[in-house]
Design a protein. Sequence first.
Length: 408
Amino acid sequence: MRGGRKAVCRLGILGLLLLCCFLAKAAAAGTEKYSEGVSVRKTKGTWSPAEADSIRQEESEQEFPDSCIFWGERGEEVLENEKLDRMEQASVIEVLGDTQGLLAATAPLYEEDEDGCLLSEDLACRLFGSKYVMGEEISYRGRTLTVRGILRGMEGTAAVQAEKEGDSVLDTIAYEANTEGDSLESPVQAFLMRHGIQGKVQPWRYFAVCAELLVFLLPLVIFLRMAGRTADACRKMHSRSLRTRAGKDGRQRNTRIRTAGMYAVPVLMAVLFYWLFRPSLGVNRDMMPTKWSDFNFWRQTIQQIQNNLELLLQTKKTSLDLLVLRPFFSCLKYCVMAWLLYAVGYRWEKNAGTAEVLAGILLSWILLLGVICFLGDSGLYLAGEKRVWFWACFWLTGGYAADRMHAF
């Protein structure tokens, strides 16, 4: 009876561990979703709409024009629903340009649409009592704006087009390089020099890379432990085969076949691990020098990364910044929980039987299905990830194989 309870507890810990890993992966996906480009924040003051338009016009005339959207955020602005006499405070993002490359929403806000706006779901519910508010009107700084869509993943936020003649808060550029160009210098630095922009570059991709590494670290440790156990079993099997050389030919042949099969197991596990986690093993091209003789590249790159991270930590955060930071810290939280559960499971580790391995795989899949049902867009992303579905099989089957090898 005690053994049965212990097996159930081990399965429960395993299921919770895999659940935390799945949630960490979903959070890492959220970090990647909003960090494809970089932000350039003006060192002092703001751009006027005329200055921003001039920069965008100059960029559009380049051979390989880059994408740039000017925007800024006002905090604690008042939005009013005059029909229902409701007023709410919100952070308002003023944009100069189409919002497709900047904000995720049910509908875009086009540059020429100066009478439209986007609302976060919670803000729409507080102002109108429903999230289905397309076509409704609100009042903002003396402007009457029509709701065009709902912002995704944001709270207490609205988005509007910046007034061409008004006082703007355009202090940031959402920048994404054109990949058709072959420039050897940093695209963002070339963009700043071309237009004489004095600003601080904020590459949010660092958080996406860190989140991916956090999610990748635990399966890497599990794989290395598994590979070590398998290699130890192979060595023992090899020594046994040497002792049986003086025996009968048939027994010696069987031992050789078994030994060859044992050595094939770690090779197969390594191939499967690479197949499952290949995206995590990639190296960003920005991390590779363009010239073999550039001996200071790595030192300069590390210093630049350090400076960028310090800037990201010290800069006042906007609503768009939080779209990256919230999933990153969620990923960190779930990774820490997964490591704690793995430490508890490691203390209870014992040889598992076939039924327990199959039950663990089935339990992890049931938990994964439940997670997908409640995660919305992130759940759909998880459903398409082969490593999420096969990680439990890889881990439990590999551990089972290593145990059986030690049993011979």
